[in-house]
Write a protein of this length. Structure first.
Length: 194
């Protein structure tokens, strides 16, 4: 599709980005969005981000802000990196597509320089289904990994309990928990007060 029929010089857009964990960054998505806007001589006037937020979460703050700003007509278009950044569940894809279609605000995927719309129904259904499959696969793989770690007596992640510090093999040591003396002293004082 020729995006020059949709993005004309001087248009104002918003970049919506999302990633699932705090170990990820927004840089690839952001750079791709800004490059696309520059290519068509448009301006990104705002970034609306859901950082460290799973697409399974129904109550995403950035997503809600995006919809509210769209209703207020604060921008002419939205750039997302790929369809999986905005939603993973087919019904959510349909809802955002319908909402933006009614508001006459196109959503552009910068990764493929394509329009995120209803387009070819069969192609979109397959693409949306694959996004849902990827979400389910990530959830199952994560669950299986945690179960395997637990069965082998290994730490499953998260924050170490207060009074302890976890050292992984990656950090140049053996995998273990070390006592943090200052924190342990506080714990002891709390128990003495009971």
């Amino acid at each position: 599709m020729d995006l020059s029929k949709i993005l004309t010089p001087g248009m104002k857009g918003v970049f919506y980005g999302r990633h699932s964990t705090h170990k990820q960054t927004m840089e690839t998505q952001r750079r791709s969005a800004y490059d696309l806007a520059e290519k068509y001589q448009c301006t990104i006037v705002e970034e609306i981000l859901d950082e460290g937020v799973s697409s399974r979460k129904k109550d995403r703050e950035g997503y809600k802000r995006l919809i509210a700003a769209a209703y207020e007509k604060k921008f002419d278009f939205v750039i997302i990196y790929s369809h999986s950044r905005i939603a993973r569940i087919p019904e959510e894809h349909d809802l955002i597509r319908a909402t933006m279609h009614i508001l006459d605000i196109p959503i552009i995927e910068s990764e493929t320089e394509s329009l995120y719309d209803f387009g070819d129904t069969i192609f979109r259904a397959i693409k949306d289904g694959v996004a849902k499959y990827e979400l389910d696969k990530i959830r199952i793989n994560t669950k299986n990994a945690i179960e395997t770690l637990a069965k082998n007596g290994r730490w499953t992640g998260g924050r170490a309990p207060f009074g302890y510090q976890y050292t992984s093999k990656k950090e140049g040591g053996t995998e273990k928990f070390d006592i943090v003396e200052a924190e342990i002293e506080l714990v002891k004082k709390v128990f003495e007060l009971l």
